[in-house]
Design a protein around this ligand. Structure first.
Ligand SMILES: Cc1cc2nc3c(=O)[nH]c(=O)nc-3n(C[C@H](O)[C@H](O)[C@H](O)COP(=O)(O)O)c2cc1C
Length: 177
């Protein structure tokens, strides 16, 4: 629901494709290159989507003060190899939880991942949707004005970082997922 809200708050000339990590198997080096000739199809698809994107928006809940295992596993699959689509990629993490801390600890847990992969995170503003059950309506629309404002600003900051990164100044086909 938070990603859907993001899709409605995009800066001009930015498009976004939403993808799920569902179906990605547990990381297994025997199924990864160079041991295997090709990776599992769901992993190849995931990596291709990331490769095609100029930037990444990760939306997640917080599990046990950290990154949910399934999400970390997907990131691990995308992180391997010199052709990793995560290397030096601009990224923004946003989160929603029914808890009071708005996924702050999950977002902090991403710092080390970004560090190792030399990713370019947009830390500010923080999008921490706490008590999420009160911030969306029955149809799943984000109704909290502060959260919407911060989300819009975060996406603007991601776009600016992508522009800086590409140094092209031409973001007509900027795409984030
Ligand atoms: C295994 C598990 C661990 C959780 N740990 C936390 C936590 O550390 N902090 C928090 O704010 N919420 C925690 N929650 C609550 C989730 O953030 C909340 O239920 C969220 O809406 C789950 O989203 P999901 O249904 O997309 O997994 C946890 C939920 C689960 C299932």
């Amino acid at each position: 629901m938070l990603l859907n809200a993001a899709a409605h708050l995009l800066p001009t000339d930015v498009s976004m494709e939403i993808m799920s990590i569902e179906g990605i198997p547990l990381y297994n080096a025997d199924l990864d290159l160079p041991a295997a000739k090709q990776r599992p199809a769901s992993v190849e698809h995931f990596r291709k989507m990331l490769t095609d994107a100029d930037g990444i928006v990760i939306a997640s809940p917080e599990y046990n003060y950290s990154i949910p295992g399934g999400l970390k596993n997907a990131i691990d699959w995308a992180s391997r190899g010199e052709d990793s689509p995560l290397l030096r990629k601009p990224v923004a993490v946003i989160g929603a939880t029914t808890g009071l801390w708005g996924t702050a600890r999950m977002q902090v847990a991403f710092h080390n991942v970004f560090l190792f992969l030399d990713m370019k995170p947009v830390y500010k503003p923080e999008v921490l949707v706490a008590q999420a059950e009160k911030k969306f309506d029955a149809k799943g629309n984000l109704t909290d004005e502060m959260a919407k404002k911060l989300l819009r600003q975060k996406l603007e900051a991601l776009k600016e970082l992508i522009q800086l990164q590409t140094q092209a100044g031409d973001v007509l086909d900027t795409k984030v997922i």
